[in-house]
Design a protein around this ligand. Structure first.
Ligand code: KIV
Length: 259
């Protein structure tokens, strides 16, 4: 286990783990000052590319954005989502995860799923690739995006998945839209940290999509809190720029070159 990964695990029951997504360098360098973990999420498919589903995100797209994010990160743990269809079996997963680790210099990868992907998770960990789990809503494969743990059978399956992932050696698990009492049960009964998104304050840490948090996207998910209105700030700046160019107030002599 790497020192950085151990630092994340050691936070359990001590202090909350702060995570956010980033898709490029400039944002990543701001997040790095405050976050324990920065995730290059395949949510970039919907946030940046307007894809209907994260299924459309390719490995190369994840690598390109991750390379940019890497430039902005000095101290946080950097985790990259393995996109849909890139970890269908242990052999393919290992080849692709090794490529992602080599190309992006990230600290580990995140895979969606539980029991079905356990042999894949074990293969990556055996090959010293740190893996983060992801249960609850699984955007890569779920048809319905309603919260998880409504029914007993579903709750038991999700709980068992987290136990299996823990036994397989993942260092942390994202709980996406997992019902409040279930997220508490999971967090209390596994030794590795849970990172919640829409899964209540019971989790050991929280993650959000950065564009949602700063009000750049137009997302209206119940679990999002908008901490700023960056859309408005950019809009006002661009409006002012346009006006100054039209009125010939910009550029001034000090913005120009003269022999
Ligand atoms: O893709 C993503 O951004 C994620 C987080 C929301 C957990 O998986």
């Amino acid at each position: 286990m790497t020192k950085k990964v151990k630092m994340i695990i050691d936070k359990k029951n001590k202090s909350k783990i702060i995570c956010l997504t980033a898709y490029s360098k400039n944002i990543a360098s701001i997040l790095d000052r405050h976050c324990d973990l920065v995730l290059v999420g395949d949510s970039l498919g919907s946030v940046l590319y307007n894809f209907k589903s994260t299924k459309e995100v390719t490995l190369q797209t994840m690598i390109n954005h991750s390379k940019s994010v890497r430039l902005g990160i000095k101290k946080s743990l950097m985790i990259v989502d393995m996109p849909y269809n890139t970890y269908r079996n242990p052999k393919q997963a290992l080849k692709n995860a090794k490529f992602v680790m080599k190309e992006t210099k990230c600290d580990g990868v995140k895979l969606e799923g539980g029991k079905k992907i356990i042999s894949i998770v074990k293969t990556l960990i055996k090959n010293r690739i740190p893996v983060m789990g992801h249960v609850g809503i699984l955007p890569q494969t779920d048809k319905k995006f309603s919260f998880k743990g409504k029914k007993l059978k579903e709750s038991e399956r999700i709980f068992n998945d987290t136990k299996l992932l823990e036994q397989a050696g993942v260092f942390s698990i994202v709980l996406e839209c997992v019902e409040t009492k279930l997220s508490k049960k999971i967090t209390d009964q596994i030794k590795i940290p849970t990172i919640g998104i829409g899964s209540s304050a019971n989790c050991d840490g929280q993650v959000l999509v950065i564009d949602d948090l700063i009000g750049l996207s137009e997302s209206k998910f119940r679990f999002v809190k908008k901490y700023a209105n960056v859309n408005k700030i950019i809009n006002n700046a661009v409006k002012k720029y346009k006006l100054e160019v039209q009125k010939k107030q910009f550029p001034k002599a000090r913005h120009s070159f003269k022999n």
